[in-house]
Write a protein that binds this ligand. Structure first.
Ligand code: BG6
Length: 465
């Protein structure tokens, strides 16, 4: 009999401000990098004009409907909800000296509502967005000054919510900047590696400064980093493929290495030298980086393969993250390869490497849901996906990995990040809205809603397998 989930395991779900809140200019909010990408992070930039519209401008109107949604999460038994604060609600342009009180008050209302149901907030400081003002006027994270703007924002929200929020994350999927520089570090797509890594360096310093500030202001809080858990396997047992896989895994593990160990890993010296990249790292930066995270959080959706066979690599270009498909795995409707055992492998790898608690803060299946004639939604495919992954999480716990919790991605349907689609649904709760923005926004419980309620109520004992 495998070891079960710990009694205080934080079961729940995860959303992000820009994918649920809508109200994109309400109560003084400024434009963010998400707002100027209305077709998603891989959908291009659109200058916004008064009166125009985009699907995220309303999203699922969580800004106004959150009491109803929190109630539904509570009905499922959530112990935890991960969401983010929209930086632009607090500092609309990014460089103001005083925060926007209306924005701060919104999150007070949200956290109070969660507290009413005993739901623990897990809050990301920056989830795929930053003030567009900082991008336009300062060059985003390419500019050192952005570190101070971010620190002011982080300190402001730590002060304000110190009694309400005890779990924090710095930057969502911080390694994603390598694939989406505008979303990650506020640099134009196509920026040079030199520019992107310098911006990443500034962001890593800012992340460490936020860790320090959090520890000072909320001594009983825990703050983690957040990685896109992009585990790669060698496509073959050829030593060249194995070596290449090691190198490519390091490209994302690098972020964790800095955030957990407090300094750049030795292998990056060669990585930078081989590519002619020179990073400006000051003595003050090195000191700042020593403030390290308390836990490691990550998203997990899929794995991919690495090969040194150029023809196969060529074929894979344009796939998500350019990964070569694994011939042994099935794919989702969106071509994301489904690999439940991969989460156990990843958890063991991360725990072996860092010996810090893990928090699974995203995992889920994006799929098309077709309501039956009576309006019910029988999403057995989602139940199977989540069940199979959670069984492997349980295995990892039995392997000895320390895990704080699991928040499945998009417990309520939301706007997808990559292409801002609505038809790519992750939720236990269906939201009546389509890709064109039509629909009543009515919420409905899917079959998976009742399944997840049972998983939480039984602390995982109801899982099959
Ligand atoms: C993660 C992001 O990359 O994956 C989320 O942190 C995102 O914001 C999720 O929504 C799923 O991606 P997508 O494109 O299906 O929404």
């Amino acid at each position: 009999m495998s070891q079960q989930f710990p009694d205080d395991f934080l079961w729940g779900g995860a959303v992000a401000a820009n994918q649920v809140e809508g109200a994109y200019l309400t109560d003084g909010k400024g434009l963010s990098t998400s707002d100027i990408q209305p077709h998603g992070i891989f959908g291009g930039v659109v200058e916004r004009h008064p009166g125009d519209s985009g699907i995220k401008d309303v999203a699922i109107d969580f800004y106004h409907r959150f009491p109803e949604d929190i109630k539904l999460f509570a009905e499922m038994g959530f112990r935890c909800l991960r969401t983010s604060i929209a930086w632009t609600r607090i500092f609309p342009q990014g460089d103001e000296s005083e925060p926007n009180e209306a924005g701060l008050a919104f999150y007070d209302r949200l956290f109070d509502e969660m507290a009413n149901y005993g739901i623990t907030p897990l809050i990301t400081l920056s989830h795929y967005e930053m003030p567009y003002g900082l991008v336009k006027n300062y060059g985003g994270w390419g500019n050192r000054q952005t570190i101070a703007f971010f620190e002011r924002y982080a300190r402001t929200v730590f002060q304000r919510y110190q009694h309400k929020v005890k779990y924090w994350l710095t930057f969502n999927e911080i390694n994603m900047s390598l694939h989406a520089p505008l979303t990650g570090v506020g640099l134009p797509e196509g920026s040079s590696k030199q520019a992107v890594y310098q911006a990443i360096h500034h962001q890593l310093v800012a992340s460490a400064k936020a860790v320090k500030a959090c520890h000072e202001i909320i001594p009983d809080a825990k703050i983690g980093n957040m990685l896109l858990g992009g585990l790669l396997y060698p496509l073959s047992s050829k030593p060249q493929d194995v070596m290449e896989t090691l190198q490519q895994n390091r490209e994302w593990l690098f972020f964790g290495d800095v955030q957990v160990r407090g300094h750049y890993p030795a292998y990056m010296q060669r990585f930078f030298a081989d590519r002619g990249i020179a990073i400006d790292i000051t003595a003050e930066d090195r000191a700042a980086l020593q403030s390290t995270v308390d836990f490691i959080s990550f998203s997990y959706y899929m794995t991919g393969c690495v090969t040194t066979d150029e023809a196969l690599n060529q074929k894979a270009r344009g796939n998500i993250l350019d990964m070569v498909p694994n011939p042994h795995l099935e794919s989702s409707d969106w071509g994301w390869q489904i690999d439940p055992q991969g989460i156990r492998i990843l958890m063991n790898e991360l725990y072996d490497r860092y010996q810090k608690p893990l928090f699974i803060v995203e995992n889920g299946l994006g799929a098309v849901d077709k309501p039956e004639a009576d309006g019910s939604i029988n999403d057995d495919y989602r139940i199977t996906y989540l069940n199979d992954h959670l069984v492997q999480v349980r295995e990892a716990i039995a392997d000895g990995v320390e895990v704080l919790g699991y928040t499945s991605w998009g417990p309520i349907d939301l706007v997808s990040a990559s292409k801002a689609e609505f038809s790519k649904r992750y939720g236990f709760i269906y939201v009546d809205r389509d890709d064109q923005g039509n629909g009543s926004l009515e919420r409905r419980r899917k079959k998976s809603f009742f399944w997840y309620r049972e998983v939480i109520a039984s602390n995982g004992a109801s899982l099959k397998g």
